[in-house]
Design a protein around this ligand. Sequence first.
Ligand SMILES: [Fe+2]
Ligand SMILES: [Fe+2]
Length: 334
Amino acid sequence: MQVDQAPLEEAFEATIAGNDRIEPRDWMPEKYRQTLIRQVAQHAHSEIIGMQPEGNWITRAPSLRRKAVLLAKVQDEAGHGLYLYSATETLGISRDELTRRLIEGKQKYSSIFNYPTLSYTDVGTIGWLVDGAAICNQVPLCRTSYGPYGRAMIRICKEESFHQRQGYELLMTMMRGTDEQRAMVQESVDRFWWPALMMFGPPDGDSPNTAQSMAWGIKRHTNDELRQRFVDMTVPQAKALGVTLPDPELQWNEERGAHDFGEPDWDEFWAVVKGNGPCNAQRMAHRKAAYDDGAWVREAAMAFAARADSVGRDAEGRSGEERTGTKAQEAGND
Ligand SMILES: [Fe+2]
Ligand SMILES: [Fe+2]
């Protein structure tokens, strides 16, 4: 049967124009759905891969307090990945399929996680700069047009601000320490500053999807706008810390009411995006090994569910009747 799409498209456009949310059971253009799958999956993968550079330091934390903080932070990132995979599943794709696409290199994650962490100081710098950049990117996404994505972002952003503060506090502690510790902080900031600026993506002129994503209310600001906001937010924090940001062109522009700053090395950015960063191969190998190692858990869970079904109870211990009752109730809510 041919369905007339015109009224559906009209309703969709009206929802977007009214800054309302599109929900999973609403009609949406296929390109909108595909764009969201790509963006939210990339975001989910970044949370999961992003556990690696810092997870690397959990067993070598300098104190019990630092270890507890880092453990909590890395665990939060796993949770963020799960919220976002759940949001992506509402678009009609399974988490298993998304993981497969990541492992096969068909979907990407943030370029920043392809840089190594060389000392515990990097835990502080990542919290301050990388989680700081993530906050700039993500706060506007709380108002994104797709409901499940926006709601996941609200919860994630609350946790990201803890991540940023714990990083800043770690660096501040080191800056109040010895000359050697101060030098370690400066060295770490020198390595992470430019890759952090690259987290906002290529310059607006080289970002072909931005216009459509903004028209659909998926993105709320351009890459360059967000990068500027991050620089303006970070400069006074660097001053308070007593570190120098490694950019000779960085200075306040009175006329613009914003900082001027230098151009990141975009050749480096594209090399990392295309898989040739310092840690791309290591990150993917580690993710694939973790997936393979978890195969028995997934198999056991499936077998348990199947067996529970055959004896009339599901994995949560509900009988067939209870399930039907729940189903009938859900249908009634429709
Ligand atoms: Fe996160
Ligand atoms: Fe974070």
